[in-house]
Design a protein around this ligand. Structure first.
Ligand code: AHR
Length: 500
């Protein structure tokens, strides 16, 4: 099979937003405890943070990290996680049927974020709580001092304000599973009033209203429209969440997950712009895709406990990812980059152990899942402007999405550095594709690097005993001649080509 794309700096979508490469740390399973934090671990620093995980988070290229949930936040009392550890209460976490020790809270997370070199992004509880608690939290986190809450932060060892800019107004409030689940009108009013009050305290915040929990929600689009009718002037973003999995052995549909993500983004843009017209606002609503990933929800071996069992940091949602999952993750990043004009923040859910690119053993090793690699390479390589590319080539039928292009791709171009990167997937399960890249408009004459994630066995995984079974390999079939690049994309593969 053959496919082709043309690169031209005139086809600029938007600058690459660094926040596209966000992640998520929730008090869920072993993401926090024995994930980012494990005092007593041989690699723990003086604050109990695992330096092996910090190193991997930096290598992953994560830029912004959402905290503390997720479903967890809708029952969370943020004050439980501040002050001397010995006086912090132990609570039931109803979202994940676990026991929360509160050893880690806001101040620890901000300290961890500084060490990881990431921007913290905070969620407030609009499930069991409301405007006042959000204001108290904001005052504690961001006010410079001289008030009850800001002085408590200073007394707790953080003299400087945390300066958290981006705040999520609740989490998945459309979901019946959510503690404090609301109708769109109820939530829209609460989000708007919370946002307005938070802005009185600090005008420059970036605020995210909850959109639908996924595209298949029965209230999808109506929810976005109603929430934004209430809150359009008060918020900057509407959120999107989406998880993908291979169902019933239908690999071709799974490999086309980014088609669904494209449609979801386009639909939310349409809903937001519809409200923009109705409220006659000059402001364009941005999208925060603050949960996305592969998640085997139907077959996950690690589901929440039930009954009298309320464990501390149990292994939950510890999905093990294979080569096809890595190709899908790479494809989802292509979709996010392609929409950089509207999707200006995104968080892969989650960072460690819980549906995560980084895994740890309690007291033991840390390793990279297959999905780590396309994320890390995209985060470190995408630079400058996103360029629109229109792959011409074969299409294949899928049961879930109809006919889809076999090759999907996006490019970025950094005019100052004189570099261009092409990110491409081959969704065919049995055929390689020769991709022809016309880079004459860029004058690109050299392939600096071409790496591919692929394997004879698309189900191959990384394990603690064989952590590098699946890694990117230099692609031997990449050539350039007079700014015409040719690269062979193996079946079920993800590739990055860097040109100078
Ligand atoms: O990321 C896991 C969970 O998925 C989050 O807690 C929730 O927001 C979503 O449903």
């Amino acid at each position: 099979l053959t496919a082709s794309i043309t690169l031209d700096p005139a086809f600029r979508v938007a600058p690459v937003n660094r926040r596209t490469f966000g992640s998520f740390v929730e008090h869920l399973g072993r993401c926090v405890y024995t994930g980012i934090y494990e005092p007593g671990h041989p690699a723990a620093d003086a604050d109990g943070f695992r330096t092996d995980v910090l190193d991997l988070a930096r290598e992953l290229g994560v830029t912004v990290v959402r905290y503390p949930g997720g479903n967890f936040v809708s029952g969370y009392r943020w004050e439980d996680g501040i002050g001397p550890r010995e006086s912090r209460p132990t609570r039931l976490d109803l979202a994940w049927h676990s026991t929360e020790t509160n050893e880690v809270g806001l101040d620890e997370f901000v300290r961890w974020s500084a060490r990881a070199g990431v921007e913290p992004m905070m969620a407030v509880n609009l499930g069991t709580r409301g405007i006042q608690e959000a204001l108290d939290l904001l005052e504690y986190a961001n006010h410079r001092g001289g008030t009850t809450w800001s002085d408590r932060r200073i007394a707790n060892g953080s003299p400087e304000p945390h300066g958290i800019r981006m705040w999520c107004l609740g989490n998945e409030m459309d979901g019946p599973w959510q503690i404090g689940h609301k109708t769109a009108r109820e939530y829209g009013r609460l989000a708007a009033e919370t946002a307005r009050a938070m802005r009185l305290l600090q005008p420059g915040l970036e605020l995210v209203a909850c959109g639908s929990s996924h595209l298949g929600m029965p209230t999808f689009a109506e929810w976005e429209a109603a929430v934004l009718e209430e809150a359009y002037d008060a918020v900057d973003y509407i959120s999107l969440h989406a998880y993908y999995e291979e169902k019933d052995g239908d690999l071709p549909s799974f490999l086309a997950s980014a088609v669904d993500m494209d449609r979801f983004i386009d639909a939310v843009v349409a809903a937001a712009d519809h409200v923009r017209s109705r409220v006659r606002s000059p402001k364009r609503m941005m999208l925060s895709f603050d949960e996305w990933n592969v998640w085997y929800q139907s077959g996950s071996p690690s589901r929440p406990p039930t009954g009298e069992d309320w464990p501390v940091a149990p292994p939950l949602l510890e999905d093990v990812y294979n080569v096809a999952d890595a190709v899908v993750v790479g494809g989802l990043l292509i979709s996010l980059l392609r929409h950089s004009d509207r999707v200006t923040a995104a968080c892969q859910a989650q960072l460690v152990n819980v549906i995560a690119p980084i895994m740890t053993e309690p007291g033991g090793r840390a390793w990279r899942q297959t999905t780590f690699h396309p994320f890390s390479l995209t985060a470190h390589t995408a630079a400058g402007d996103v360029l629109r590319v229109e792959p011409a080539g074969p299409v294949q039928d899928t049961a879930r999405f109809g006919p889809v292009p076999v090759v999907d791709a996006v490019a970025t171009h950094d005019a100052d550095a004189g570099t261009t990167a092409v990110f491409a997937v081959n969704r065919s399960t049995d055929q390689r594709v020769e991709l022809d890249i016309d880079a004459r408009a860029l004058g690109a004459g050299r392939i600096a690097r071409c790496l591919t994630v692929a394997d004879d066995d698309p189900r191959a995984v990384n394990t603690p005993d064989d952590p590098d079974r699946v890694v990117p390999h230099p692609n031997p079939d990449a050539t350039v001649d007079s700014a015409r690049v040719r690269v062979v994309l193996p079946q079920v593969s993800w590739t990055v080509i860097e040109l100078t």
